[in-house]
Design a protein around this ligand. Structure first.
Ligand SMILES: Cc1cc2nc3c(=O)[nH]c(=O)nc-3n(C[C@H](O)[C@H](O)[C@H](O)COP(=O)(O)O)c2cc1C
Length: 398
């Protein structure tokens, strides 16, 4: 069973990611993980912290000579900012004069709900863990999952389809997503230049006014074989598992599979993907899916029907609310005096949609990797691949 968890606080010494359940023999490289971490740190509208941190995942266990060995993989990501916080967030008692309390909760952040829940007099410890700094550890775990998926030829990428009011104006090919992921400079991770410039202007506008924006990222997974997940039990449906994984990303408030939102206002005759079959050599050569000769007229379903992958690209969108730390802070209440005050402000992003997309890739990759391991099993990559290839053969002969 593939499992992962993270530990660590935003301004603590380090983040930790632990991934267990991978078969032995999967190639895993720190450089590949670091590239994903770098991608998470990019994007127009990020806060100053991104200039301090240059994330590196140090693998402590589970990988030897470049290959997984079947035991849990532990990774350590040091927080460079720790040097500025070691006195205010010590593990021991420390000097209370040096603490940096968060005195007024920010509407939209976990500050108030967390302080009430954990019975804490202010929100410092709440935001330390609720903060999206934690997503760096998720991206490290997701990068390991991606390397497993690569052995099955599955690739997971993302792009930004909306920032504030500005939308991507055309459809984008998978090759364009691959080119985006290879870029050395990331603006808003949008493949269409004209749309990206409009998105940038939207970020500029909120930068000027002390506001923030949200948006929508789209994750696309290619070469997912039909048959991952099942309708047999509610909690085994792959659509539900993906929705939970993506919804768990900080600030994501809606998750869409394929054209889910549009589908709600469409008619049944236009919202489904009609089924055909490649009979001629020509039709076979033009097949979008490498798994089966059954064809689909489109992909409104986002690659999922009945909670099962159907062989088309798996498409999941995460809708982000605007960042809740504001230079123009909203009304709040002082934790101690209970007097009305403005909400706390700490250095912050004004737009995090491209980064959230990279986190979305990680969460989708981890979910697909778990589902693939459930279906194909195997304690070694050789065994996994044998099972996978046997299944592909079965699909071809169907
Ligand atoms: C990549 C990423 C970066 C984020 N950066 C910030 C930030 O700089 N400031 C902030 O207030 N919220 C930021 N957020 C959102 C908060 O972490 C989130 O709103 C908060 O934890 C409350 O959780 P909720 O919005 O899911 O309810 C970011 C989210 C993501 C995914």
């Amino acid at each position: 069973m593939l499992r992962f968890f993270t530990a660590g606080e935003s301004h603590g010494e380090a983040l930790i990611a632990n991934v267990s359940g991978l078969p032995a023999g999967v190639p895993v490289a720190e450089a590949t993980i670091d590239r994903e971490l770098w991608r998470r740190q990019q994007g127009y509208g990020r806060g100053g912290r991104m200039k301090i941190e240059r994330d590196h995942a140090r693998i402590l266990s589970g990988v030897r000579h470049g290959l997984t060995i079947g035991s849990p993989i532990a990774m350590l990501l040091e927080n460079r900012d720790w040097q500025n916080w070691s006195e205010s967030l010590p593990v021991g008692q420390g000097d209370s004069e040096k603490h940096k309390p968060v005195k007024s909760p920010r509407p939209g952040h976990a500050d108030l709900a967390g302080a009430l829940k954990y019975n804490l007099p202010e929100a410092r410890y709440i935001l330390e863990r609720a903060s999206a700094r934690e997503t760096a550890a998720r991206v490290a775990a997701g990068a390991v999952a991606k390397q497993l998926l690569a052995t099955l030829d599955i690739e997971v990428l993302s792009h930004v389809v909306q920032v504030g009011h500005e939308r991507l104006s055309r459809s984008v090919s998978f090759a364009e997503l691959q080119a985006l992921a290879a870029r050395e400079e990331v603006l808003l991770n949008c493949a269409d230049e004209e749309s990206e410039q409009r998105m940038k202007a939207e970020v500029d506008a909120v930068l000027r006014t002390g506001d923030t924006v949200g948006g929508i990222f789209e994750v696309v997974a290619r070469n997912v074989p039909p048959g991952l997940g099942t309708y047999a039990n509610w909690d085994e449906r792959l659509d539900g598992r993906l929705a939970q994984a993506v919804m768990s990303i900080q600030a994501v408030k809606a998750v869409e599979i394929g054209d889910g939102v549009l589908g709600a206002s469409s008619f049944g005759t236009s919202a489904q993907d009609e089924i055909g079959y490649a009979r001629t050599a020509e039709e076979t050569a033009a097949l979008a899916s490498k798994f089966t000769k059954f064809t689909r007229a489109g992909n409104h379903a986002g690659g999922l029907e009945g909670g099962i992958s159907n062989g088309s690209d798996v498409v999941v969108r995460g809708h982000l609310k605007p960042i809740s730390t504001l230079r123009r802070p909203l009304a709040s209440v002082d934790f101690t005096t209970r007097e009305p005050v403005k909400a706390a402000y700490e250095r912050s992003d004004v737009c995090a949609v491209p980064a959230a997309g990279v986190v979305g890739e990680a969460m989708v990759a981890l979910t697909l990797a778990a589902a693939a391991l459930e279906k194909f099993g195997g304690d070694s990559l050789t065994e996994l691949r044998r099972n996978y290839e046997g299944y592909c053969e079965q699909l071809r002969n169907f």
